[in-house]
Design a protein around this ligand. Structure first.
Ligand code: SF4
Length: 220
């Protein structure tokens, strides 16, 4: 059956083949993982897809080659999401690389990933960090987005893609990385308690309202 997992991290695809997805925090890939990806593609003749969420998806594996390929990547230090958790944010290149960047999005992106990526979050919570209000990382279309301004990051919630895309709503600003970590952590907890396993943050907005959310995540 499509979507069925055989071993944690390995997923059966719609065509019956198997695949897995490697996280790339900040959209960066180190040499060890690149070499492991090269080895896996060469040995198992699989395809490597760069996902829209800045991850590496290995495709066209089977029950035999899938676990072997997964082990090679994990032995090289790659992280694979195996449970319902926050995973990685989508992050733009930001300051100092982008001429429009007013915040170093890599620093906040890495901090959020390091502290919260494995936080259990049963419903899907997508989040992003952009180095300016242009929101190239789609911070304005995520369940929770941080969009850089000179004094910190604007916080945007309730956006998502899918069959009926919804734009996020700006609800305030964080002025430190510590505050951003707290906002994401509290939002994740609130989201899980209000939604259960299925739904997106825009449903929480409809259910309890923006002001209550702001109060509960410390942005009032
Ligand atoms: S969001 Fe801003 S800082 Fe990030 S890549 Fe786009 S223009 Fe540059």
């Amino acid at each position: 059956m499509s979507g069925q997992k055989t071993i944690p991290g390995l997923v059966q695809k719609a065509d019956g083949s198997f695949g897995f997805t490697v996280e790339c925090p900040n959209g960066l890939i180190n040499e060890q993982i690149l070499l492991a990806a090269h080895e896996v593609c060469k040995r198992f003749n699989c395809r490597l897809h760069i996902t829209t969420a800045q991850k590496l998806m290995f495709l066209d594996l089977d029950k035999e080659t899938g676990p072997k390929a997964l082990k090679i990547l994990e032995d090289a230090g790659a992280s694979v999401r195996k449970a319902r958790d926050l995973s990685q944010p989508r992050v733009c290149v930001g300051k100092p690389y982008c001429k429009f960047g007013v915040q170093d999005s890599f620093i906040l992106g890495q901090r959020l990933y390091d502290e919260l990526a494995r936080m259990p979050t049963p419903p899907k919570l997508k989040y992003a960090v952009s180095g300016c209000l242009a929101c190239c990382a789609w911070s304005n279309l995520m369940d929770l987005g941080f969009a850089g301004v000179k004094s910190g990051y604007r916080v945007i919630i309730g956006g998502h893609g899918g069959f009926r895309p919804v734009a996020g709503i700006e609800i305030g600003k964080v002025t430190s990385h510590d505050q951003a970590v707290e906002v994401l952590k509290k939002m994740s907890e609130l989201f899980a308690s209000e939604i259960g396993k299925k739904g997106r943050v825009d449903k929480v907005i409809k259910k309890i309202g923006i002001e209550e959310i702001k109060s509960q995540i410390g942005l009032d």
